[in-house]
Design a protein around this ligand. Structure first.
Ligand SMILES: Cc1cc2nc3c(=O)[nH]c(=O)nc-3n(C[C@H](O)[C@H](O)[C@H](O)COP(=O)(O)OP(=O)(O)OC[C@H]3O[C@@H](n4cnc5c(N)ncnc54)[C@H](O)[C@@H]3O)c2cc1C
Length: 168
């Protein structure tokens, strides 16, 4: 007699996510929404973002290698989710490793804060966090956020407090 297989065992499987870096593009940005506001009447943040051919090729490359890897391990490969769509999709889970938006850089023309995380136009404004990363290197940003924050704190104490003003 055939042994009964519990439903969960029949459906068992593993999902293998993979992430890749997402570099900065001039056409991807955030600004104040001209239409939607919060409860106080202030404009909400608006995100303008879409994939380029680079990300589409990146996803196809990664999906192919994940499938090859699964097959090499003897897995029966199921559907590839979120690997071929043409446009960025807010309703799909993307990542909890959001970075960028207030990026650091070497000039006020191309960035918001300098390498010490001091605002280019407002020397007494210092911004820490993953928002200052010029590129999104994917997971996991926390230790780098802390390292850059330590560097900003050192610069603040060692240089800014002694001579407040723009550092570069
Ligand atoms: C479920 C989950 C798992 C994760 N796992 C990992 C991991 O294993 N490794 C890793 O490296 N990273 C991981 N991350 C990502 C990591 O947590 C974030 O990248 C990191 O915490 C971002 O730090 P941050 O300082 O930039 O922002 P946050 O930690 O989000 O800090 C922003 C702060 O600003 C405050 N704030 C927002 N708006 C206002 C306002 N208007 N006024 C005043 N304060 C405000 C918020 O309350 C918050 O305290 C994970 C994230 C999630 C959600």
């Amino acid at each position: 007699m055939e042994k009964a297989v519990p439903p969960m065992a029949r459906q068992s499987g593993a999902a293998h996510p993979c992430e890749a870096a997402h570099v900065a593009y001039r056409q991807n940005y955030m600004d104040l929404d001209p239409t939607y506001t919060d409860n106080f009447g202030d404009p909400l943040l608006r995100l303008t973002l879409d994939w380029t051919d680079h990300e589409k090729r990146q996803k196809q490359f990664l999906a192919k290698h994940m499938i090859d890897l699964g097959k090499a391990m003897g897995a029966k490969v199921g559907p590839v989710l979120h690997g071929s769509e043409d446009h960025y999709w807010t309703t799909y889970y993307q990542s909890t490793h959001v970075q960028g938006g207030i990026i650091m850089g070497t000039s006020p023309e191309r960035s918001v804060v300098n390498a010490s995380l001091q605002h280019w136009q407002m020397p007494n404004l210092w911004i820490t966090g993953g928002c200052t990363f010029p590129q999104n290197e994917s997971a996991n940003p926390t230790l780098t956020i802390l390292a850059v924050t330590y560097r900003a704190a050192d610069t603040f104490v060692d240089h800014y407090l002694k001579n407040p003003g723009a550092l570069v």
